[in-house]
Design a protein around this ligand. Sequence first.
Ligand code: GAF
Length: 397
Amino acid sequence: ARRDRGGQGRLVTDLRDEAATAFQEIFGRASDGLWSAPGRVNLIGEHTDYNEGFVLPFAIDRRTIAALAVRDDRMLRIASAFTDELVEHDLTQVSPDVLHGWSAYPFGVAWALGEHGADLHAVPGADIYIDSDVPVGAGLSSSAAIECAVAIALDDVWHLGLDRAVLARAGQLAENTAVGAPTGIMDQAASLFGEDGAAVFLDCRSLESRLVDLRLAEAGLAIVVIDTGAAHDLATGGYGERRASCERAAKALGVAALRDVRVDDLDRARGLLDDTTFRRLRHVVTENQRVLDVVRLLATDGPASIGELLDASHRSLRNDFDVSTPQLDLAVETAVGNGAIGARMTGGGFGGAAIALVPEELTSLLRVAIDGAFAEHGLEQPDIFRVAASIGARRDA
Ligand code: GAF
């Protein structure tokens, strides 16, 4: 399925002005403030989060803005740049059963904050307008960006004082329960903990996180996103099946989560699992190790040294976890064949985007090579753009 790629990387200031203006037009008054949260690229650590393992994503310079003004009743009314629809619910009546479509993300967050201690019978209602330049369905966490922008806005105006790990959990709960996508915690954590120039090294079991400097500029390197344009949807099919397969493997091996299996345990595990389940396990176990290796190498030898680990991650996702697509493989192969130091699919897979780590001076060449390769294969041109590691969710105005 092709999809409308959505946001085109508008300037954040434009996005803010447009959101404030649209809020005024729709609700007939000024907003009380603007909050925003970024999408993310995962540098490495794919399908490890729901196995309580390690991830290393970074927040990108594409954001979702929430303009909000509180009300003096209990109504929550939400409009967005995505549709003409204005959806409203009484806060005391919001529950996953009454939510559907795009508005399940923001309303789901309001409900999830209730599950995390907000008293939805006592807090004021709000009008919210949402706009975004995070491409939708590209595997760059446009959903987490919505969830986190709304979560920090409501946390603020409801004076909840929840810490960011709890806000991440609320975003995940909204996505799992209100939207019905059985995702892990990585995307919300990246969107909430990101900082300029750094990746977020997250232990998905303890939710302890540490920033890791990417040092891209000093190495003369850039990270380029190749958005294949093929829709990926985490609420249907493959993603949930992979997750279930990991849970079965953990059960068969008698561990709480695949995080507890080491590379050295793999030989023994092979005899206990069917071939497919074993390959799923091998991906998760080796990917966790690759995250630890990348974190170490970034500090010692810098980003130019992590290329082989990015490539190995892609091979493992393609051959063992089976979540790549021909388009993603083509993007990765072409990137590596045209000067990239390393490349891999990023996000859940089944479509979406790949990333390439590439010397700055080769980015234009890379673009031409990838466009050419896609044309040769009769595929629609991918959207290719640079991303910078950026600050996480915050109040903007
Ligand atoms: C999606 C999910 F939302 C994340 O939780 C994570 O599992 C990722 O796919 C795969 O690493 O982005």
